[in-house]
Design a protein around this ligand. Structure first.
Ligand code: COA
Ligand code: AMP
Length: 631
């Protein structure tokens, strides 16, 4: 097939193109209304179709005679466990868990929060919700109770599904007490908390609302899949925005299932029956799309990996998993490869494993530097494909589509527009820029199926964040440029969102927390370049006058505050004290200028700055503090 023709069809005749793709999945009622308009003319896909995502992920394959195929491999170096689950086994557990949730009073249209480590039960919980039309909201386990509480209040779940504990390398993290604390903090009180007891460490005290996961599963009848409207929200997944409050990305069912099936075949080039491993977490969009729903809908074997690229037990783990489970296509974040490269620069571990099964390596979640890509290609001579997408899109927007044609890799580029995504680069005033010119990455509406349906209960914010800036286009929040051949280069976020070790975080939220410290008058949090994590947050703090707190103590307290409120995953470690912050004459903090100074890049002094002398003051402080660019 020819990429250019296939892509052009998708842009010129989107309805025909996606109607055809939608036939690759099974519907209870096939859609006639392919593309319609929802609120504010925003596109809706397959609005009159009916289906069930859990049916597509499990039951369908059993009906087709593949019940004995391995659906899921649980590989947990932190508990030294490997377990295999067939499609029959997963379906049986998921259907009974769904029956249990119904017995607890959950029904189609309700919501449930899932707060789980990387164990199979996390995927089972998601699928059980999907089976009965309960919209799930998975919260990443690295978030603290305060963050969990914000999401509980946003989604108002009838139940939370959790586990007794998770393991971070060699550290037991008791999840259940974190859930209890979040319930105390939240205004909304879920009726039930279903707890999967991992029987690790001490037993946690039982609360009145607790229900034992195993007892619920084994004491319940299997529930059938319910037929749901295509636009039924399969899930809400919160992501960081430019304010302190995370955004709940709402995802539909029919468009998403169509897009995932399409992605597995045409982007990742994976055939049903093959082994696909996305080394991410169910708490992120990668986990939703390419650990759980995508590979299962495509009848692949998916891997749930409870470990890290290094230290579980060493930098050989990824290669062991690939070789032991005969992984065909893998997905990870560049930061994971950087971590491995640091520990094993000569690739000695790689040589110890038979990786002949591995065909393609996909990378995403943050910018992939060319040195990391080169290192990978030097040691593993297969296509290593950087590709670009977001929680909002739900599936890749720019990539090589290796199921369509052989990859063409230009290091530094994330590839070309994927079918359905009409990507353009705009200047500030909304005019389209020419090849080679850097600007805002936007996508012409309608977005293809599977992309965000709305922001959960926040339609006005949805319009303000994505649609209003460039009418008729979706604004991605990223900057970039396109070359003469159509290859896109992403230069980074143009807003206050940062990416720490592939984790998307809001500096605005961190600023709110830092500013709540009693010694702080005002502050700015920026992302600075980091060799391993891509970016790390740095807080520049102006103290209240008369404050005598030592720098070391302030740093400790601020770091603890951020850990307590957001979680360890924020990786806030650096706090510097400055006398003042650079501002415009109207009093706005010049964060972009701060970022440029901290990264040691050249810049033009903004004409709006109220006092130029401050630039040298800031440089001197960052130098004294040995911030990356000044080391
Ligand atoms: N539950 C509880 N705590 C968690 C957690 C979880 N699920 N995930 C991370 N944390 C904690 C870590 O224990 C660590 O705590 P610490 O500061 O007390 O040590 C902190 O959050 C930061 O974790 P992490 O970002 O994982 O950094 P690290 O230094 O432990 O490891 C890497 C560095 C590069 C190995 C790691 O970040 C990594 O594997 N990144 C890949 C991320 C990824 O796949 N992202 C998916 C996007 S596609
Ligand atoms: P998330 O919503 O957590 O997946 O984060 C999405 C953001 O991560 C994007 O808006 C980009 O800023 C960044 N990102 C994801 N993939 C890439 C990539 N391949 N190259 C550069 N940035 C990326």
């Amino acid at each position: 097939m020819n990429y250019k023709e296939f892509y052009t069809q998708s842009i010129q005749e989107p309805e025909r193109f996606w109607a055809e793709q939608s036939r690759a999945i099974s519907w209870y009622k096939e859609p006639n209304n392919i593309l319609s308009k929802g609120q504010n003319d925003y596109p809706l896909w397959f609005a009159d179709g009916e289906l069930n995502a859990c049916y597509l992920a499990l039951d369908k394959h059993i009906v087709d005679g593949f019940g004995h195929q391995t659906a899921l491999i649980y590989d947990s170096p932190v508990t030294q466990t490997v377990k295999y689950f067939t499609y029959n086994e997963v379906k049986s557990e998921v259907a009974r868990l769904a029956g249990g949730l119904l017995a607890l009073g959950l029904k189609t249209g309700d919501t449930a929060v899932i707060y789980m480590p990387m164990i199979p039960q996390a995927a089972f919980a998601m699928l059980a919700c999907a089976r009965i039309g309960v919209t799930h909201a998975v919260v990443f386990g690295g978030f603290a109770p305060h963050e969990l509480a914000i999401r509980i209040d946003d989604c108002k779940p009838k139940a939370i599904i959790t586990a007794s504990s998770g393991i971070e390398i060699d550290r037991l993290i008791a999840y259940k007490p974190l859930v209890d604390e979040a319930i105390v903090l939240a205004q909304h009180k879920p009726k039930k908390v279903v707890v999967f007891n991992r029987k690790l460490g001490a037993r946690v005290p039982f609360k009145k609302y607790d229900v034992d996961y195993d007892a619920l599963v084994y004491g319940s009848e299997e529930a059938p899949c319910v037929a749901l409207c295509s636009t039924h929200p399969l899930y809400v997944l919160h992501t960081s925005g430019t304010t302190g409050k995370p955004k709940g990305i709402a995802r539909d069912t029919g468009g998403y299932a169509t897009a995932l099936k399409f992605s597995m075949q045409y982007i990742y080039g994976v055939q049903p029956g093959e082994i696909f491993w996305a080394a991410s977490d169910v708490g992120w969009v990668v986990g939703h799309s390419f650990i759980v729903y995508g590979p299962l809908i495509n009848r692949n074997t998916t891997v749930i990996f409870e470990g890290k690229p290094i230290r579980t037990p060493d930098a050989s783990t990824f290669w062991r998993v690939i070789s032991e489970h005969r992984v065909n296509v893998m997905f990870t974040a560049p930061t994971a490869i950087r971590a491995i490269k640091k520990e094993d620069p000569n690739g000695d571990f790689i040589k110890q494993y038979d990786l002949s099964c591995l065909r393609t390596q996909f990378l995403a979640g943050e910018r992939c530097d060319v040195a990391t890509l080169d290192w990978y290609r030097e040691h593993i001579p297969i296509p290593a494909i950087d590709h670009w997408w977001q929680t909002e899109s739900g599936w890749p927007m720019i990539s090589n589509m290796i199921g369509v044609e052989a990859p063409k890799i230009k290091p530094g580029s994330v590839g070309k527009s994927v079918c359905g995504f009409n990507i353009k680069i705009f200047g500030e005033d909304g005019t389209e820029l020419k090849a080679g010119e850097e600007g805002y990455v936007v996508i012409q509406l309608p977005l293809p199926p599977g992309t965000l349906l709305d922001l959960w209960q926040e339609h006005e914010r949805f319009k303000a964040d994505y649609l209003n800036q460039f009418p008729g286009y979706y604004f991605s929040g990223d900057g970039g440029w396109i070359d003469e051949d159509g290859f896109v280069y992403i230069t980074g976020r143009v807003d206050d969102v940062i990416n720490v070790a592939g984790h998307r975080l809001s500096t605005a939220e961190m600023e709110e927390i830092v500013a709540s410290h009693h010694s702080v008058a005002e502050c700015a949090v920026i992302g600075v370049n980091d060799e391993l994590k891509g970016q790390t947050p740095l807080a520049l703090v102006v103290m209240k006058s008369g404050e005598t707190i030592e720098h070391f103590q302030l740093e400790q307290e601020v770091v603890q505050l951020v850990r307590k409120q957001i979680g360890a995953v924020a990786a806030m470690r650096d706090v510097v004290i400055v006398q003042r912050l650079p501002k415009t004459r109207s009093g706005k903090i010049l964060r972009k200028l701060l970022r440029t100074i901290a990264d040691g890049k050249s810049f033009q002094v903004p004409s709006t700055i109220d006092d130029e002398a401050i630039i040298d003051e800031i440089k001197a402080v960052l130098q004294a503090h040995k911030v990356a660019a000044f080391k």
